[in-house]
Design a protein around this ligand. Structure first.
Ligand SMILES: Cc1cc2nc3c(=O)[nH]c(=O)nc-3n(C[C@H](O)[C@H](O)[C@H](O)COP(=O)(O)O)c2cc1C
Length: 344
């Protein structure tokens, strides 16, 4: 096995195994490069936003949560990015907790928000309540997140997914907005993607391993709370659990393409170059969570600087492979270092 592969097995996104071939003579003007979503790829969600970047769902879990969400929403509205809101679980039991979003909607009426609920809450509360969450948010789409590892390790977790696929199918059938299913850092396999496609979802966001890993986070939380050494010990055992974002993309892209279901990528995307690689591997859009949370904590200017960096780096990657738009980027040649290139 290639030692470069071996070195990252079990760790990381594996984006370092995907290398573009440098084009020293691009017949392009940088100023003309377009990073607009091409409707040939984002067939179901092209109308949602022109940018391929989105802020991946985050419950701020922070006392300044409302401020952070306001900053993220303002930046997304200004750029035309989609913004995934954090889990709306609390709103199922406490309608007052939706007030934060009503305020944000008032201040940034143009922001395109995507609702979010965990699979175990969908199973428990049912389709109608979840549809109500999307409507209250005036969401453009609804995410159901899959987080089996987190539910097992979380002190207050609810690892009850029985009937989950059926519930997703019922939601997709009833919803008037696209239903997106995402993982939360452990990736989606090709087999699972096909089951989700069969259930009628519009989008699968692989949210693979390599970035924020909930096994690790719950382990730290458990250790800090000193409540359950069982959870913290198990979290250690599972700290590298999951499919990398690259591996997951490779597994699901073909199934998505055959069925006209969009594949989005998130999990460890830390630069515009990572984003370019994810798009080259077949992602219609790319999501980023933790880096934007960290930037938002430092204020709006820092958040916008980081967002600018992602857009700029994507364009640099495109210029250096000679791609004028995202369609051309998807056809850019890759170097041999890439594992499994024969499958692309
Ligand atoms: C602070 C934080 C809170 C998150 N909360 C949610 C959530 O409520 N719902 C969800 O689907 N994913 C949640 N995620 C997962 C992200 O949406 C994303 O899938 C994952 O963090 C990988 O992206 P990253 O590596 O860019 O952070 C959260 C991530 C972070 C960092």
């Amino acid at each position: 096995m290639d030692p470069r592969v071996q070195a990252v097995e079990g760790l990381g996104t594996e984006f370092d195994l995907v290398q573009f071939i440098h084009e020293a003579l691009p017949d392009l003007d940088f100023a003309d490069i377009s990073i607009e979503v091409d409707s040939s790829q984002a067939t179901r969600t092209a109308s949602l936003s022109a940018s391929p970047f989105f802020v991946s769902s985050m419950t701020a879990g922070h006392e300044a949560g409302a401020v952070l969400n306001r900053r993220l929403a303002a930046a997304c509205a200004a750029r035309g990015w989609l913004m995934g809101v954090g889990s709306q679980r609390r709103e199922l039991f406490d309608s007052a907790s939706a007030a934060e979003w009503r305020e944000i909607r008032k201040k940034t009426p143009d922001v395109s928000l995507i609702g979010n609920i965990g699979l175990s809450q969908l199973v428990d509360s049912g389709v109608e309540k979840v549809l109500g969450l999307g409507e209250a948010l005036e969401a453009v789409a609804m995410i159901v997140h899959l987080n089996p590892l987190q539910e097992c390790l979380q002190l207050e977790g609810t690892p009850q997914f029985r009937g989950g696929l059926h519930a997703i199918a019922a939601l997709a059938e009833r919803a008037r907005m696209p239903i997106i299913v995402k993982e939360t850092g452990c990736g989606v396999s090709g087999t699972t993607a096909r089951r989700l496609i069969g259930a009628g979802v519009a989008v699968i966001d692989v949210a693979g391993r390599g970035g924020t890993h909930w096994g690790r986070i719950e382990g730290l939380r458990a250790a800090k709370a000193n409540v359950s050494s069982l959870s913290s010990k198990a979290a250690e055992s599972f700290q590298n659990w999951g499919l990398s974002t690259v591996d997951s993309l490779r597994q699901v892209v073909h199934a998505g393409r055959d069925a006209g279901v969009e594949i989005w990528a998130s999990g460890g995307i830390r630069s515009g170059l990572d984003a370019a690689k994810a798009i080259r591997l077949g992602a219609a859009r790319v999501g980023i969570a933790q880096p934007f949370l960290a930037a938002a904590l430092n204020g709006e200017d820092e958040l916008n600087r980081v967002m600018d960096r992602f857009e700029f780096e994507l364009k640099v990657a495109m210029f250096c492979v000679g791609a004028n738009d995202l369609g051309e980027l998807r056809r850019a040649p890759l170097a041999e270092v890439e594992r499994g290139s024969e499958n692309l």
